[in-house]
Structures are given as C-alpha cells and as structure tokens.
Write a protein that binds this ligand. Structure first.
Ligand code: HEC
Length: 99
C-alpha cells in the first residue's frame, strides 16, 4: 500500500477524464445534469450538508441493496474525494461534451 500521500488533486488530464466519467457514467443514473434520475440529485444544494466522508464511501463502496454501484478500482480514493469535493461545490461541465 502506498502511503496515503494527499495529492492536492489528480493531474489535469485525469481530471478531465473524471469529469467526463461523472457526467457520463454517474449521469446515466443521476441525470446528465446530475439533477437526479434513478439516483438522487448530486447537485451542490443536495450534497452540501452531507458528510463528505460518507459520500466518498458511497462512491467507492456503492450502497448495498440499491442500484448505486461501487466505483472502487475505477477511481482511486483520492479521486473519489476529489469528485465529492467538486460535487459539493457544483460539478464542472464536461470539457469533452458538445464537441
Ligand atoms: C446504476 C445507477 C447508478 C450509477 C451508475 C451511479 N449511481 Fe450514485 N446512486 C444511485 C442510487 C440509486 C443512489 C441512492 C442509493 C440509496 O438509496 O441510498 C445513489 C447514491 C449516490 C450518492 C449518495 C447521495 C446522497 O444524497 O446521499 C452519491 C454521492 C452518489 N450516488 C454518487 C455517484 C457517483 C459519483 C457516481 C459515478 C462515479 C454514481 N453515483 C453512479 C445510482 C447510481
């Protein structure tokens, strides 16, 4: 296990991939604008007051008994934390969309 070095954020190329992943993969359940669909809204307003750690755990481990799948192995722990931070402040637009 590598030491839990806290990188400030993933490299910019990987960040673009993560934004795309969230918009596409997460968006397939949470809505393309993340306003909710099969899964609840992932907007800043919906998530702001929820504990960050439990949201990160949800992304990594999924929610057993619900359609929310685990993304462990698809995103690293620091990447899941990065995604949750972005979601809680309002998720950036997909830089790959509309091209
Ligand atoms: C197959 C459908 C599906 C996909 C894909 C999916 N989710 Fe979910 N997600 C759900 C459902 C359904 C719930 C609600 C679970 C429950 O009832 O507790 C949920 C819950 C969540 C929650 C907790 C929300 C809250 O208000 O507590 C977060 C955060 C979340 N998802 C993030 C993500 C992220 C980030 C991705 C992509 C990396 C993703 N989800 C992909 C279906 C999905």
């Amino acid at each position: 296990m590598p030491a839990c070095a806290q990188r400030a954020s993933p490299q910019s190329e990987r960040m673009r991939e993560l934004v795309h992943l969230v918009r596409q993969d997460c968006g397939s359940c949470h809505g393309l604008t993340l306003q909710g669909g099969l899964g609840p809204a992932l907007t800043a307003a919906a998530l702001r007051d929820k504990p960050r750690d439990s949201l990160v755990a949800t992304v990594l481990g999924g929610r057993p008994g619900t359609p929310m799948p685990p993304f462990h192995g698809i995103v690293a722990e620091d990447e899941a934390a990065w995604i949750v931070d972005r979601l809680q402040e309002g998720f950036p637009a997909d830089p790959g969309a509309g091209r």
